[in-house]
Ligand binder design. Sequence first.
Ligand code: AMP
Ligand code: MG
Length: 276
Amino acid sequence: MFNRPSIEEIQDATLAKPGSKIDLKEYPTHGKVFFADKAEAKRSLKEDALAIDELQERLYAEKSQSLLVVFQGIDTSGKDGTTKAVFSQTSPLGMRVHAFGKPSANELDRDYLWRIHRDMPRKGEITVFNRSHYEDVLVGRVRNLAPKDQIEERYEQINNFEKHLTQNGVTIIKLMLHISRETQGERLLERLEVPEKRWKFNPGDLEDRKLWDDYQDAYQLAVERCSTEYAPWYIVPSDSRARRKATAARLVRGALEKMDPKIPDPGYRPEQFDIG
Ligand code: AMP
Ligand code: MG
């Protein structure tokens, strides 16, 4: 028998319990408690990716609800790699991925949620956010990109915004990819050393690394204030690539299974037709 954690076990272990005080240090970054065996994590990912594809096809056929998956995490935490792995079997037809970088001048002329709302999934779709509106209480907070009192107001605004979305057919799950400072150091070094990875290196990442503790505090606060029953945060141990992908896939599959999309009744009986 394989020693694979159930979806419920993964949900329970990674959920930032709504309304509770969150201490990020209590959440492991290594993920060995879930998948002791790396090979088992890889098998689990493969099966979940296939199941996600099947569920997505039903979602697309049903066309009445949608799923938003938010990936947040510090530089090198694995947002790109997790997106690629979890959705490796999913038809691009029913999927969109949006990566949010520094807002453009046009975006800065609007409220910070404008560009986020614009990219919401349509009915029947899954949308992945690689970074999100949470940047506005993460980098926004750490780098003082807005006055303090305005940043403070954003947590409630975000909760209200997410409530509005979930009341209008969007299921939201939010995954924080949680790594240790040591792991980030190794991955940044790898980006410098491996020629194919160099394009990902950004000297600005080193400036952010100097603010490691401030970022951890900002993440902790965002997760604590914005993990809700309707849009929960999960803290995914992400030092190990294989375990991180497998854990994220379990969570995405769990969300889709709960949505339980159904192939719609076509409104006709096949016997009505004679193909000729
Ligand atoms: P990357 O994900 O490596 O392409 O980097 C994107 C960069 O854009 C990161 O440094 C983010 O912190 C930054 N970014 C994303 N959203 C915002 C935002 N709302 N305000 C300021 N910077 C942002
Ligand atoms: Mg980067």
